[in-house]
Design a protein around this ligand. Structure first.
Ligand SMILES: [Zn+2]
Length: 674
């Protein structure tokens, strides 16, 4: 006997024993996923009408309403508010009652309270400033200067200013613009860019981000940070365009950009100061781009006092998760919940997150993630028919995923059903582009049972069951006869070609909403068919969806859910080995941290540290909050991920963290992923 055949034969017997009850009781699986229904949902959600479903946009809201109506059609219980007797039909039916609202900043605008005034004071000690009288200049917000989107709103009156070069503190490069600046209590004024000039691959490139400069200024005790634009025409400068990234929170101090003309005026107290400073920086650049370039002391602007008020209006709009509940049929198991989710938001007409060369075209998001939402709706239909699952199923269509898992983060911090009763979360994100039968399932390391359930149900994928079907013989031309009844007839056949080629990833973290649940110790499974050339582009359209295979995937998901629901014991949460799936996530290095993925804007909180990992060896502990890693400012999990992406195995880096209110610096050496 062929070894593989033998192996799978044994395995199949075990599977059949395990599944016996299910198969016997449901000889005819009636409610199979419907290809045509999937097509209808995806074609609507990915249509031009919905304009790419950007979170907070009318198109996203139409999608939310569509999903809520589908939930209502299949009789899901409304999650928000109770179904009270005597409530008017209209109110009781309102799709709003499936909506879980969460805060979302759709844009930022200039408020009315922006003010920037330079007061030049005649300084008797300064011979270089032949000012006869005091002078003051008012700068116009939006023309001469602009607060940045993540600036804190604040007021500072008559503060002294100090030039701080590029405003960079790079511990790993032994470079600190603040070392001689004495910026405490002052307004720091920095140039755009880095000592590397325009080199995007220079060693300082990663310090160019103003968010990072803001952290350095705050750490140096500055009251505010002013960045001098690099473009000679202010409105051409990237920093002059007010925008907000929705992930990092505010900077913790006012941060503004000023035009080069305004800067020249500000520095007119010493007309050549700007030129001098630029000369100095240029000299420093050309001398070497090496980290050890010595620091010339920066020149204090003792004769300038700055009054600054920043007023950035964050335009909050409504964003919604759509949540519907299917109550369990078992009197006691119904207290346990399985969450089945997919995000419905996408990228609108491009911009942030898009891979299209230009903005403006509708990003249809058929695969990402109308496919997953259609899957959720189909599973609502299937599970709302009999037999009903014994456990309660909470169906959630998330929003804000593309902006950084905002909706699912909100849900896990404001769950409709307590997370302590949530025994599993099943996520589907991009399940519409199956190729060559390849299916990726993430999170199999997050519960002890996952691997065997998924593998067994995949085997069933290719099975034909003829038990109880009389004398009929199953075709064996392609299938392998696997179980022979005592009368010599095969009762189960399995066709390997119908099974999926699974790639099982251990890790419960990944670039989608299941991460939010795994961070809260909920076992997760994540189904997806992989990336493709239309990913995050307008060309991700409904006509390219592989509907037939998506229906098959949903068949697998449904059986996995039935299988776990058939077991009286709920899946046992386990901490997944994240290194096993490292390759698929594209990271080369491994630290062994277990991040908490909840909302954060001031660092990355760690839920734990794996034993014997680089993080453990560095002395990092559960409860620590990482604020810098490898010279990267870390305010949230995205910064952390970005920093991780830049690190090399075997090289020592500095990690800075907050522990019990204290800032601690440690050395960490990442290991290579296996
Ligand atoms: Zn996406």
């Amino acid at each position: 006997m062929h070894r593989r055949f033998f192996k799978s034969f044994n395995f199949l017997l075990i599977v059949i024993l395990a599944l016996n009850v299910t198969l016997a009781q449901q000889p005819a699986p009636t409610n199979a996923p419907s290809l045509e229904r999937l097509r209808a949902h995806i074609e609507f959600l990915a249509s031009d009408k919905l304009e790419g479903r950007r979170t907070g946009s009318p198109g996203a809201n139409i999608a939310a309403e569509y999903i809520a109506r589908e939930f209502s059609r299949y009789g899901l219980r409304r999650s928000i508010g109770r179904d009270l007797a005597g409530m008017s039909i209209l109110e009781a039916d309102s799709p709003r009652r499936y909506m879980q609202e969460f805060p979302y900043v759709a844009g930022v605008e200039l408020g009315k309270g922006n003010e920037l005034t330079f007061r030049l004071i005649a300084n008797p000690e300064s011979k270089a400033v032949p000012l006869k009288t005091d002078a003051s200049f008012a700068m116009k917000a939006g023309e001469d200067w602009m607060p940045l989107g993540f600036s804190t709103n604040g007021q500072i009156k008559n503060a002294p200013a100090v030039l701080v070069g590029y405003g960079i503190t790079a511990a790993d490069l032994k470079y600190d613009d603040y070392v001689h600046a004495n910026a405490a209590g002052k307004i720091a004024i920095a140039f755009s860019g880095t000592p590397d000039g325009d080199n995007p691959h220079g060693q300082f490139a990663r310090y160019e981000d103003v968010r990072w400069k803001a952290i350095a200024a705050r750490n140096a005790g500055a009251e505010a940070l002013i960045v001098i634009a690099s473009e000679s025409t202010f409105k051409d400068d990237r920093l002059s365009r007010l925008h907000y990234d929705n992930s990092g929170g505010d900077a913790g101090l006012p941060v503004i950009a000023i035009s080069r003309q305004a800067a020249a005026q500000l520095l007119s107290a010493n007309s050549s100061m700007l030129a001098l400073e630029e000369q100095r920086l240029r000299a420093q650049q050309s001398k070497s781009s090496s980290a050890t370039a010595e620091q010339a002391p920066t020149l204090p602007l003792q004769t300038v006092l700055i009054t600054l008020s920043t007023d950035v209006l964050r335009r909050e709009v409504s964003a919604w998760n759509v949540v519907g509940i299917l109550d369990g049929s078992d009197p006691s198991l119904k207290n346990e919940t399985i969450v089945i989710g997919a995000h419905y938001d996408h990228l609108g007409r491009g911009g942030e997150g898009s891979l299209a060369p230009k903005e403006g075209d509708i990003h249809h998001g058929a695969d990402d993630n109308a496919s997953g939402v259609a899957g959720v709706i189909e599973l609502v239909r299937i599970f709302s028919e009999r037999p009903r699952p014994r456990r309660t199923i909470v169906f959630i269509a998330f929003s804000g995923e593309e902006e950084g898992l905002l909706g699912s983060n909100y849900y896990v911090n404001h769950p409709i059903v307590p997370l302590s009763n949530t025994v599993a979360m099943i996520n589907m994100d991009m399940i519409g582009r199956m190729k060559d039968n390849k299916l990726i399932v993430g999170g199999v390391g997050t519960a002890a049972e996952w691997r065997s359930i998924v593998e067994a149900q995949n085997l069933v994928q290719g099975m034909a069951v003829t038990a109880g079907a009389g004398t009929e013989r199953t075709s064996q031309s392609t299938g392998l006869p696997m179980v022979i009844a005592s009368n010599g007839r095969s009762i189960v056949t399995s066709d390997a070609a119908k099974q999926f080629q699974l790639t099982l990833n251990e890790d419960g973290y990944g670039p989608s909403d299941h991460s939010s649940f795994y961070a809260k110790q909920v076992p997760v499974l994540f189904f997806w068919t992989g990336s493709h050339e239309d990913y995050h582009k307008p060309s991700d359209t409904a006509d390219k969806i592989n509907y037939e295979d998506e229906a098959r995937i949903l068949g697998l998901v449904a059986r996995v859910v039935r299988d776990l629901d058939n077991n009286d014991k709920h899946p046992a949460y386990t901490v997944a080995k994240s290194e096993a799936s490292g390759r698929s996530m594209g990271f080369r290095v491994y630290l062994g941290t277990i991040p908490n993925y909840a909302d954060s804007s001031d660092g990355l909180l760690l839920d734990g540290v794996r034993e014997d990992s680089p993080a453990a060896k560095a002395g990092i502990k559960a409860g620590d909050k990482i604020v810098m890693l490898g010279g990267r400012d870390v305010r949230n999990v995205y910064d952390y991920t970005a920093a991780l992406g830049e690190m090399k195995a075997g090289q020592e880096y500095e990690v800075e963290l907050l522990r019990a209110g204290e800032r601690i610096k440690l050395k960490i050496t990442p290991a290579a992923r296996k």
